[in-house]
Write a protein that binds this ligand. Sequence first.
Ligand SMILES: Cc1cc2nc3c(=O)[nH]c(=O)nc-3n(C[C@H](O)[C@H](O)[C@H](O)COP(=O)(O)OP(=O)(O)OC[C@H]3O[C@@H](n4cnc5c(N)ncnc54)[C@H](O)[C@@H]3O)c2cc1C
Length: 411
Amino acid sequence: MTEPANISKVIVVGAGPAGLILALLLSKGNIAVDIYDAGDGLDSAPRATHYSSPSIHELRRAGIIDDVRAMGFSPDGVTWRDINGKVLAGLSTASLPEQDKMLCLPLNKLMVIIKEHLDRQANVHIYWGHKVVNLHQDQAQAHIVMQTLEGEKTASADYIVGCDGANSQIRRSLFGDMAFPGRTWEEQIVATNVYYDMKPYGWADANFIIDRDNWGMVAKIGTDGLLRITYGDIPGLTREELIARQPMKFKQFLPGRPDPDKYKVVNISPYKVHQRCAESLRVGRFLLAADAAHLCNPFGGLGLTGGLVDVGNLYDCLYGIHRGLADESILDRYSEVRRQKYNDIIDPVSSANIRRLWSDPAKVVEDDEFFHMCATASKDPGFSQKMQLGLNAIMHDFRKEYRPVGHAVPV
Ligand SMILES: Cc1cc2nc3c(=O)[nH]c(=O)nc-3n(C[C@H](O)[C@H](O)[C@H](O)COP(=O)(O)OP(=O)(O)OC[C@H]3O[C@@H](n4cnc5c(N)ncnc54)[C@H](O)[C@@H]3O)c2cc1C
C-alpha cells in the first residue's frame, strides 16, 4: 500500500553543506529531491571547520555523526591571548558530555561524507552545471530557469529551497539584487590553511589573538598538524596585495615569529564579512536557508551552525506538510523563528566575537562580561557546561507545532 504524500518533490538549489544536509534529511523522510548546482562539483574553498552542539544535533539526525567523528576530532578548548601569547581567558571542553563536544573537520571533508551518504539514497539526484537565473511560481508549483551547457532548462517542484549561498540568486530574484538587510564589516579578513608546528608553544587547540593590528585565530583543524589561521588586515587592498602581506603578518603575530621556511601555506583566501538577514525566508513556494538567508562573520563558528539548524527545522516543517501533520502556515513560522534566532542570538553573539578581537588586551579581561563568565567557568564545571551549551538556544523543535490537518498518517 502506498502512503498518502502531500509533497511529490522538493528542489534544493545549491549543493553546499546546507543543501546537501537538507536533501539527505528529506530523502530519508521519503521526499524526493533534485539538487541543482551551478558548479561542477563540491566546493573545496577553506571555510567552516568547527561545529558546535546545535550542528552536531542535526548531523546526528542526518545519520552522519559517526563518520564525522571518525574523520574529525574534538578540540580540547579555546584560549584568548595577547600578541605575545599570554593567556587572557580560556574555556576547557573537559566538562562537556562527549556527544555535545564541538567537532572539528574542514568543510571540504564534511561535504564528501554527506555526499557519500546521499549517493546511497535512490530518491535524490544532483545536477551539476545548472545555474539558476530566474524563477516564478503559480498556485500548484514553483519553477526555476537555469543556464546549462545544453542551453536553458526549467525545473518545477512543490517547493524550491534556496541553499545557494551568500550571493543567492533565489534571494535576489525574490527580493531584488540589493535587498539583503544588514551591514558589511569594514575589516578585511584573510583565511589560510597552514602547516606549522605549534607544539613548542603549548597553545590550546583553538586560540584567538586579541590585538588592535594583528587580531585573529589560530586553530588546529586536522590531526596531521593542519592549522586554520585567520587574521585581520588593512581594508581596501587587492587580493594580490593581501596575499603578498601574509609572510609579514605571520611574522608579527604567530608564536616563534616564523619566516616562510618554517611553515607551509596550502590555501589562502581573503574574505569580506557581513551581518545580514533576508526580510523573509519564505515567499509562497520558495524558501531560503543558511547563507542564502543570513550571514555572519566566522569567529565563533556560527555561520554554518545557524545554517544547519535552518535546514533541520525546514526538514521538520516540510515533513509535517508531507505527512499531513502540519499545514503550509508552518513555513511562515519557519521564517519567523529562524529570523528571530538570527536577530536575537546569532547576529549579536557573532558580532561580539569579532569585536572582542580588536579590543584593548590590557582592559578587555576587566571590561568584557564574557571573560568574567570564562573566569567563573574555570572554577565551576557545571557553569562551564551551561555556558558552552548556551548556543543551543538557536534550536527550535517544529515537531511540537504539528497539528493534524485532515489525512494525517502515522509517523
Ligand atoms: C573563513 C571562514 C570560516 C568559517 N568557519 C566556520 C566555522 O568554523 N563554523 C561554521 O559554522 N561556519 C563557518 N563559516 C561559514 C560557513 O562556511 C558557511 O556558513 C557555509 O559554508 C554556508 O553553506 P551554504 O550551504 O549555505 O552555502 P555555500 O557553501 O556557499 O553553497 C552554496 C552552493 O550554491 C551554489 N550556487 C550558487 N549560486 C547558484 C545558482 N545561481 N544556481 C545554482 N547553484 C548556485 C554554489 O555553487 C554552492 O555549491 C566560515 C566561513 C568562512 C568564510
